[in-house]
Design a protein around this ligand. Structure first.
Ligand code: BGC
Length: 910
């Protein structure tokens, strides 16, 4: 009897424990990131921010507390031995952007960390798997290396100069425990150790305002070292010395390339050694890269390849000794963004012989990168690859819209068996590749399109029942890939490719749905602040290579709007803090220009760039007065600045800028709004600005909205340019004219978003009519086929059509809104967004006059759900009627309630 009892008890204990273990195992902490990166090495943020995700089968999961611990090794972390920092249990539901507040991290040290959380009624997770971050070189004096360069290099006579090749041999005699290479350059570099490329990053050190901030990279090279070693590097002109900006401007940052590198080797016996660039290094400019230029392409002479130069024993006697240079090490920074990498490869879909007889590959996608080519032929055979985005109406290869960019790669064969070529220091924006002088018959499988861009994690998907809209979304995403190449650029193909601020700010909210752009923008914003002029003007392009051209409305406001976007999408308060003085300087500049009138008039602006224009005598096109736009943005940005000041606890500023914004609004109303709510510029852009930026007296809003709606109806299409386009559909929808917004979305004729799609576009065009229905082109002076600005409609697709909306009061999706809007003849729309907390899903479909709505809310967040057109009693949630505890509110047109994490399915009759 006793025995039975004991066994039964044991069984109960086992079952209960088993149950508990299961409950524990079902909720875990994963996805640990530090400063937006998984296990970053070489960062220089003094108080790194840590974030994690909670994965659980439980519904309504809310974290109630967390504990983080940090140690200098995995074993110390595990054993809780000599912890560098133990946060102890902190009562908090925050799981993103938690500041490390332990002792100041030290140069080149690695920190291991893990976290556990409490949730529900006192349950806790296991400790997460450890993650780490590693500091870079924090003090300039720790750079023991010298800058080195090629001695007595002749000045370039117009074109690009040959690439530099550097090499040095060294030996190590002891067992290595770890080794890091810290590297940067004036120009672009690739580093090799014992013949292998170090890392898979491209276009290092990236593009920053080089004369103020220069990034260095940190690579873990432990596995590349052996006893006898060769470290080698090749340098090309890149943004530093090559053509950049307009008017054949080369050498903007400097005329000389240079390299700075140090390899820090830690031995198992506790000692360490540093290999540095110095005058013992050898350098040659007699290698195969004869020219490399971002706009013009690369000339590569394979007959000049220097067999074995990257490995031990190469005879470098004829090479010169490198010359040291005194360039600053004070302005070196660790990267905050994401590296550029080769992300995917595509193969040609067709080989075409054009009417002119040109041999052309169609890659099937307007892409950014280059082509890797296999070729066999005679020594000295010279193959040229030329790149173009479109064919002309006769079907011939068309490059006039690239303006002066030669966009040509030239390969001179060595003649030795099959050769494989791809360029190193150039990229092109293209769909079509013309082959000139290719020996033999070209076969598609010998040509691969290598797609490169900043390695942002994809975060968003959006798909509907309409294939044209899906292609639009595809085009928006490809526009983003092609133009997020270390800097947010206007276009990737012509002699421009610059960080145009206006384009960046209008597209930023859309960009933040599609990809994780947090780190990418953080890095760029550092340059926005660095290049801002003394008087507060923000350059038109950042990094500024247009010699200080600056201060245009809606462009310069990127200084406020882009950090604001990062705050909203990632709950990033620090970016607001870091950029605060830059934002304030910009608003103060506007204040100075506007003076006591609070109207910003005069000055040079781009206005509603590329708005609808006609040659009709009765309609001159949709021109919105620049003074109106400038004053609207002045009010908007000062209002945002006030909000930001409030968030940062700067109460005086918050009050000050709220008052300023109010005064500007008053002035706007007095100057630009008639008593009936008509605007002096009777354009869609003017109304969108006034409504979206809240610049009208309450009682005139309906009238102004009607003027807008009437104009859309009268014209039957949009008339907006860069400034109005991102606001138009959002504004119409918000003002109750959803049908018109959908009409604009669905329109297929020029001007519209779908017109380019019907013309076969695979990216977003710069102009509504880049290529006309008869196949002819817009003005060659400005006609890019890969310009993301008009892709700003993407924000409305995610937040309105699919319904995943940010809650401004609870940024970073801690709480968000799910408010879908079935319409526009679509039978379904589905969006996912991978937030910092986890995946959000919003998927509606109409089936047999029922609305089926499926959603997912990640752990540690809540969402307010609005079921459009629903009647409370008719709604089923996961198969049952809505529960009373939800306190669902019956709205005039729908039902609204708040939910915690989980996966839910709703059904109701429409
Ligand atoms: C760029 C634009 C930019 C504009 C400024 C153009 O050359 O490509 O996208 O915003 O100039 O007006």
């Amino acid at each position: 009897m006793y025995k039975m009892n004991y066994l039964m008890k044991l069984l109960v204990v086992v079952l209960v424990l088993g149950g508990f273990t299961k409950a524990f195992a079902d909720t875990e902490v994963t996805g640990l990131i530090c400063e937006y990166h998984t296990n970053p090495i070489g960062i220089d943020v003094q108080q790194p921010r840590l974030s994690w995700k909670i994965v659980s089968d439980e519904k309504n999961l809310m974290q109630s507390a967390y504990q983080i611990r940090v140690a200098d090794s995995p074993s110390n972390l595990k054993r809780k031995n000599k912890l560098v920092w133990d946060s102890e249990k902190i009562e908090s539901n925050e799981s993103v952007q938690i500041e490390y507040t332990g002792p100041e991290p030290e140069s080149m040290e690695r920190y291991y960390w893990q976290v556990r959380v409490w949730y529900g009624d006192g349950k806790s997770t296991k400790w997460s798997e450890p993650a780490y971050w590693e500091m870079g070189i924090l003090e300039p004096e720790k750079w023991e290396a010298s800058w080195i360069t090629f001695p007595d290099e002749p000045a370039a006579d117009g074109g690009s100069l040959p690439g530099h090749h550097y090499r040095n041999e060294f030996s190590t005699s002891k067992k290595i425990s770890s080794a890091r290479a810290y590297v940067t350059a004036h120009g672009l570099y690739e580093l090799y150790i014992n013949g292998k490329k170090v890392g898979d990053e491209l276009f290092t050190p990236g593009w920053t305002s080089y004369n103020k901030r220069l990034q260095y990279q940190t690579f873990d090279v432990t596995d590349l070292l052996q006893n006898e070693n060769t470290v080698a590097a090749v340098l090309g002109d890149g943004w530093y010395r090559g053509n950049i900006g307009w008017k054949d401007q080369d050498g903007y940052y400097g005329k000389k390339l240079a390299l700075l590198a140090q390899i820090v080797i830690d031995y198992s016996d506790g000692s360490s050694e540093i290999i540095t660039t110095n005058s013992d290094w050898k350098v040659s400019n007699n290698g195969p890269i004869l020219e490399s230029d971002i706009y013009n392409g690369e000339i590569y002479d394979a007959t000049k390849e220097m067999e074995g130069w990257k490995t031990n024993g190469f005879d470098d006697n004829v090479w010169k000794n490198a010359e040291t240079a005194g360039h600053s090490k004070e302005l070196l920074i660790a990267p905050q963004g994401v590296p550029v990498k080769a992300i995917e490869e595509i193969t040609p879909i067709e080989l075409i012989t054009t009417p002119k007889g040109e041999v052309v590959f169609d890659m099937g996608q307007n892409m950014v990168g280059w082509v890797r080519m296999k070729v066999s032929g005679e020594k000295g055979d010279t193959v040229k690859l030329k790149f173009a985005e479109v064919l002309d109406k006769e079907g011939n290869f068309y490059t006039a819209n690239l303006r002066s960019a030669k966009a040509t790669d030239t390969y001179i064969l060595s003649g030795e068996s099959e050769e494989v070529y791809e360029p190193t220091f150039t990229f092109h924006g293209f769909r079509y590749v013309q082959l000139i002088n290719y020996p033999g018959t070209p076969k598609p499988e010998d040509f691969t399109g290598v797609v490169i861009h900043s390695e942002m994690d994809p975060t968003g998907t959006f798909v509907t029942s309409d294939s044209l809209i899906n292609q639009l979304q595809h085009n928006i995403q490809w526009g983003q890939k092609g133009n997020f190449l270390d800097v947010p650029t206007d276009c990737p193909q012509r002699d421009e490719r610059l960080g145009w601020t206006g384009d960046a700010q209008v597209f930023a909210p859309t960009a933040a749905y599609n990809f994780d752009v947090a780190a990418f923008y953080t890095k760029w914003l550092g340059d926005v602040a660095a290049d801002q002029l003394e008087d507060g003007k923000v350059p038109h392009v950042v990094p500024d290579v247009l010699q200080g051209a600056s201060g245009a409305t809606a462009w310069a406001d990127a200084a406020i709007i882009v950090p604001w976007t990062n705050y909203l999408s990632y709950g990033d308060r620090r970016i607001l803090d870091d950029q605060y003085s830059s934002m304030k300087k910009w608003v103060e500049f506007m204040r100075k220009r506007a003076g006591d009138s609070y109207l910003w008039t005069g000055d040079q602006h781009f206005g509603d760039w590329l708005a609808f224009a006609t040659t009709r005598s009765d309609y001159p096109g949709a021109t919105t007065e620049k003074d109106l736009i400038a004053t609207a943005y002045y009010a908007y940005s000062s209002g945002l600045l006030s909000k930001i000041a409030g968030i940062l606890g700067k109460e005086d500023d918050a009050r000050e800028y709220a008052q300023l914004s109010e005064k500007v609004k008053e002035a706007f109303i007095n100057e630009f709004v008639t008593p009936s709510g008509r605007l002096v510029s009777h354009t869609q852009t003017a109304y969108s600005l006034a409504l979206a930026f809240d610049l009208l007296p309450e009682n005139l809003i309906p009238n102004a909205a009607k003027y807008l709606a009437d104009d859309v109806k009268k014209m039957g299409h949009l008339t907006t340019g860069f400034v109005g386009t991102p606001l138009l559909c959002n504004t119409l929808s918000e003002q109750g004219y959803e049908d018109l917004a959908f009409m604009l979305l669905n329109r297929k004729e020029y001007p519209s978003w779908l017109y380019p799609v019907t013309q076969g576009a695979t990216t977003i065009w710069e102009r509504w009519d880049g290529q006309k229905p008869d196949g002819s082109f817009q003005n060659v002076g400005m006609n890019s086929f890969n310009h993301y600005a008009y892709g700003a409609i993407g924000e409305w697709l995610y937040n309105y059509v699919a319904g995943i909306q940010i809650d401004v009061e609870n940024p970073g999706y801690k709480h968000f809104k799910l408010a879908p809007h079935p319409g526009g003849g679509l039978s379904f729309a589905k969006a996912t967004y991978d937030s910092m907390y986890g995946k959000i899903l919003s998927h509606w479909r109409i089936k047999d006059e029922m609305l089926v709505y499926e959603i997912e809310i990640p752990a540690n967040t809540t969402a307010t759900v609005t079921l459009p057109e629903a009647v409370k009693s008719g709604v089923s949630m996961n198969g049952s009627p809505l529960r009373d505890e939800l306190n669902a509110e019956q709205l005039e047109k729908g039902v609204q309630f708040k939910l915690g994490s989980g996966h839910y399915l709703f059904n109701y009759p429409l």
